[in-house]
Write a protein that binds this ligand. Sequence first.
Ligand code: SF4
Ligand code: SF4
Length: 303
Amino acid sequence: MVASVFFPTSHPGAPPRCRLCHQPVTSGHGDVCDRPLCQTRLKIEATAETARRKEAKEAAWRAMSQRRTRKVLRQAAKEIGVPHLGRIAHGLAPYIDMPQVSLSESRRAAFVAHLNAVLDKGFDDTDGVPTPPETDPQYTTRLAEEAPEPMVLNAACIACQGDCCLMGGDRHAFLTVETIRCQRWKDPSVTKDALRGAFLSRIPETSTVGSCVYHGSQGCTLDRPLRADICNSFQCPARRDLAKAVARRPGTGAVVAGLSKTHVSDPSAGAPYLRVVSVTEAGDVTVHDHLRLPALRNSRTEG
Ligand code: SF4
Ligand code: SF4
């Protein structure tokens, strides 16, 4: 016989019992009592439910987006000589389509003030001259041991046009004191003025509205070695998914549909939320500008 735990049930007229601790509910609302442990468990339940709903919504969006972009991905693959989508790494990416604008005086001033502040602190040697951190994986192990990424992964970022860089607007290109100290670890002879000049000289004529000052029309204008660590190491889920697809089909190139999150709000054919990009294994990049988003139809009729 299987042993079971017995929890007393409420008798008619008896106070209701908490569904979590099974003690009588003497105060509070609903079926959970006010005891701190039960309230904590209730909050955990609510958080888990919110996460589950978010995940389900995301999965539904993704499935719908994959159906809607399948034809254009197939077509882009054909255009670079790959007859079947199954023979090339492919995927989705975010897509932003925002205008380029000249940097306003106020934005420039705010960025320069931030740059000067991190430079001052990064060159403040009251704690001693910075030395290379031997155990810091961000700056030594990672740089020394990681294999370079396949070039075809850039298909995601070219299709996307820098969704993650939007966060670099308020955060001033993610430049921090650590960024400056890292530059000094790499080149102990570099001066504050030289670094200031290097950062200022890379600001493009125009950058994406509301985004990072370095977010130019062709992507980031700051040389990789000068960028904050996060700018070289961040991989959004779409890029990580493409990396997995590339690992499954190495040597095939990649084709990616950059798709705006809000494409579902416009089911019409040709809705302007798409940018399809292919990159061959040899590194040839094609932006398939003529490809248009098909209509968003009932899931059973999309193909
Ligand atoms: S990492 Fe992701 S969000 Fe950032 S530019 Fe690339 S595809 Fe876009
Ligand atoms: S520095 Fe370059 S990679 Fe970093 S947020 Fe700005 S535009 Fe993006």
